[in-house]
Design a protein around this ligand. Structure first.
Ligand code: GLN
Length: 475
């Protein structure tokens, strides 16, 4: 039996029957990391010693914990006490987190074994995991290709069986898009379902932690542990719809007569490679399972990318101000004045994409331009949200591909504006705070096309249940 190929449920059962111990499973995962991660580079920091220590405690302890002995990885923008947190940046190369994020605290208490911190685009800005200071992560399905991003290390750790499940973050698609590129499941719940306390902020009104796994069931089991209101994050609300999910007892006919909306502009796009044909196959499958598909007009969706980048950069610029060599982060060696210290520390510590976004953000927030850019974009966000809410009033969920393209070559010289297109289908859910997930179509020619379901706020159970039935229908 290969212990690193068991599902979450199979691991739980095996532990209960004493087929294997947590230490054995942890050792099997560490062995996989040692064998594969030199090439894949999913991890920035491996926590082997902590993992084995925890495994030993669990072997002597309590089986009843909900994530008992589950091997898990955390994106490296999530604080884990006494472990380095880099956010993929030279700025935080040597930063050791002095406290646990609420997410880390919850997975620890639930009995998970944390194997390490995963690679990511610098400060979660990107869709390729190429902007990390710690090198590219490779796509385990094909090591010449990008794994997606920004949570590319998390997706690659699951896809290469060097973690069973992973926690990522999603500001404009960073959990769903890498999940789709690596052929796994990624779930971003309703905004506010999970506490963001202790997670490095990119854009406060968009950010959400998300979960990844090989199946809807695995990703959901982790999600259930993470949701909940937290007094340390005033924007966290919890989410009862996730707590009540029961995939084991889900009615086979759950999808019957569910109303599914597809935005008309998505059908008119010239999608790359076999994204369109696989999307059409997915539509047919939903119809075979009893879903009622309707093409609807959502005119404002065509502005999502431009609107997103104005708003997100407007939030990024002030959030990045704390990394100044004084409060947080890298400090330059030589400087004559405080101003020079700031300038050189930030100049040396941040990479190109981060600097670009800080500059754009600062520019569009300046007194003369805020009216033309930032406030205008806020209004368009309102219109996009209204479009989505109207579609979701009459439908159970919106269906689309997760990304308009397949993973591209690691060495590709696509411009950053071309890469921004990768998030065109994922951003609307962040704009409107809706739950959204990516589920892989079966592998074809070595790759999988991700299919995205986006639902009503605080009705995450609907998309998760439907995705579970969809996934099962291929087995
Ligand atoms: N790729 C998007 C961006 O570059 C989304 C990033 C994210 O969700 N963290 O902003």
């Amino acid at each position: 039996m290969n212990l690193t190929e068991l599902s979450l449920e199979q691991l739980c059962q095996g532990y209960r029957k004493k087929d294997f111990s947590v230490t054995e499973v942890t050792r099997a995962y560490i062995k996989n990391i040692e064998e594969k991660d030199g090439e894949i580079n999913a991890y920035i920091t491996k926590t082997n010693d902590l993992a084995l220590k925890r495994a030993k405690e669990l072997d002597e302890g309590n089986f009843d914990l909900p994530l008992y002995g589950i091997p898990l990885s955390l994106k490296d923008n999530i604080s884990l006490k006494d472990v380095r947190m880099t956010c993929g940046s030279k700025m935080l190369e040597n930063y050791i987190s002095p406290y646990d994020s609420s997410v880390s605290k919850k997975v620890k208490e639930a009995g998970a074994v944390i194997l390490g911190k995963t690679n990511m685009d610098e400060f979660a800005m990107g869709a390729t995991t190429r902007s990390s200071y710690f090198g590219y992560t490779k796509n385990p399905l094909n090591t010449k290709l990008v794994p997606g991003g920004s949570s590319g290390g998390s997706a690659a750790s699951v896809a290469s069986n060097t973690a069973l499940v992973s926690v990522g973050t999603d500001t404009g698609g960073s959990t769903r898009q890498p999940a789709s590129y690596c052929g796994i499941v990624g779930i971003k719940p309703t905004y506010g379902s999970i506490s963001r306390y202790g997670i490095s902020t990119m854009a406060n009104t968009f950010d959400s932690p998300g979960t990844m796994g090989h199946s809807v069931e695995d990703a959901t089991s982790l999600l259930k542990i993470l949701v909940g209101r937290d007094k340390l994050d005033a924007t966290s609300l919890g989410n009862e719809s996730i707590e009540k999910i029961d995939l084991k007892n889900l009615d086979e006919t759950y999808l019957k007569n569910k109303k599914i909306a597809i935005p008309k502009i998505y059908m008119e796009m010239d999608l790359k490679e076999n994204v369109m044909s696989e999307f059409e196959r997915a539509i047919k499958k939903f119809q075979d399972l009893g879903g009622k598909v309707e093409i609807i007009d959502l005119p404002y969706l065509k502005y999502v990318i431009e609107t997103y980048h104005i708003l997100v950069n407007g939030e990024i610029a002030p959030n990045m101000a704390r990394f100044d060599g004084l409060r947080f982060g890298h400090r330059t060696k030589e400087y004559g004045s405080i101003e020079e210290m700031y300038r050189k520390s930030r100049g040396e510590g941040f990479g190109k994409e981060v600097k670009k976004r800080i500059m754009i953000g600062t520019h569009i927030l300046s007194l003369d331009l805020a009216e033309d850019y930032y406030y205008k974009a806020l209004k368009v966000r309102g219109l996009i949200k209204r479009d989505m809410d109207m579609a979701l009033k009459d439908h159970d969920f919106i269906l689309s591909p997760t990304s308009p393209m397949l993973p591209f070559e690691l060495e590709s010289n696509m411009s950053s504006v071309e890469v921004y297109q990768a998030d065109m289908f994922t951003i609307p859910a962040n704009m409107a705070g809706c739950p959204s997930l990516s589920i892989p179509m079966p592998i074809k020619d070595g790759l999988s096309v991700g299919i995205e379901l986006t639902g009503k706020r605080f009705e995450d159970d609907v998309i998760i249940n439907c995705a579970h039935i969809f996934e099962r229908s291929f087995k």
